[in-house]
Design a protein. Structure first.
Length: 308
């Protein structure tokens, strides 16, 4: 259970005078290639003795300008821009945590409105910045947080001064079982024009690619009893729009597979949206980002190979 209470430590007031390692909002926004790292992927569990924190800031309408300064035990950790996140570990136990917008020149996270929490060993906590709050972290379930974190990028511009932050000791990954599925990826740009998804939108080249795939599936598999068609998008646009676009494209490809002779009862369509990127290092103008993100726009036909 994540519980918060406020405490005030006047003795920390002198810390305001210390040099703060904050990049200005203008500096951060001027060169996003330098302030953001990799796109968020689900974090692994940590070993006993540590607690993991994923602190993030959503993007979209209503976000305030500038960075939200994150403090851990009254020490600066990072400054989160909209769409940025930080994942870090601390020793299990009581800590103060907070994220403050318009923080300078008083630097609240160092001396006032300190929000304490007892972080349990082996647990991961997802905390969202409150855009119009007092700095208190907002606890979010993993499911809701990771839905909001899709497309978010690691905040990398500032050097952490939080001495209690530790490198995370992750549990070893379980052994990878033998493959139960085989994937066939179709380029989204071959199938559709950018942003299109309907049956009438699919290109001549895309129809040819699907006919060739059907022939390949029959050649490589004795049984085609379970097939999942998964639509993937690039991160351009909102989470909801990308989920919808991915699903519509998957449904169109499913229809063409059925039209090509595969059983309708054996094929399901779903969307991964922008949550499983192939590449996540795209910057520049929108046209440059669209071109760079081409590998992320794809439809994957996944065949269940168990029992074959």
């Amino acid at each position: 259970m994540f519980k918060l209470n406020t405490t005030l430590s006047a003795a920390l007031f002198a810390a305001i005078l210390c040099a703060a390692p904050f990049a200005s909002a203008q500096q951060m926004q001027a060169n996003p290639a330098q302030v953001f790292g990799a796109t968020y992927n689900p974090v692994a569990p940590v070993t006993d003795g540590q607690a993991q924190v994923v602190y993030y800031r959503t993007s979209g309408v209503g976000q305030q300008k500038g960075a939200a300064h994150v403090y851990v035990d009254s020490e600066f950790h990072t400054g989160l821009l909209p769409g940025g996140y930080s994942a870090f570990c601390v020793a299990a136990g009581s800590h103060t945590l907070g994220a403050y917008l318009n923080d300078a020149p008083t630097y609240k996270g160092k001396n006032v409105d300190l929000y304490s929490a007892n972080l349990e060993a082996g647990k991961t906590y997802f905390l969202r910045v409150q855009e119009n709050g007092s700095g208190a972290p907002q606890a979010v379930t993993r499911e809701d947080a990771e839905r909001e974190l899709a497309g978010s990028r690691f905040q990398a511009q500032a050097l952490s001064r939080a001495s209690k932050v530790q490198a995370c000791n992750y549990l070893p990954k379980p052994a990878v079982p033998a493959a139960q599925f085989k994937d066939y990826a179709l380029s989204g740009d071959v199938l559709f024009a950018f942003g299109k998804s309907g049956h009438q939108d699919i290109s001549h080249q895309g129809r040819t690619a699907i006919r060739e795939l059907i022939t390949q599936l029959h050649r490589e598999h004795a049984k085609l009893e379970r097939i999942e068609v998964v639509g993937h998008t690039d991160p351009i646009g909102s989470y909801a729009a990308n989920q919808s676009l991915g699903l519509k494209r998957a449904q169109t490809v499913r229809r063409l597979l059925v039209d090509g002779g595969l059983s309708a009862t054996s094929i399901n369509a779903s969307s991964a949206g922008s949550s499983e990127p192939v590449t996540d290092e795209c910057y520049g103008s929108k046209a440059e980002q669209v071109a760079c993100n081409a590998p992320n726009r794809r439809v994957v036909v996944r065949v269940d190979v168990r029992g074959q």
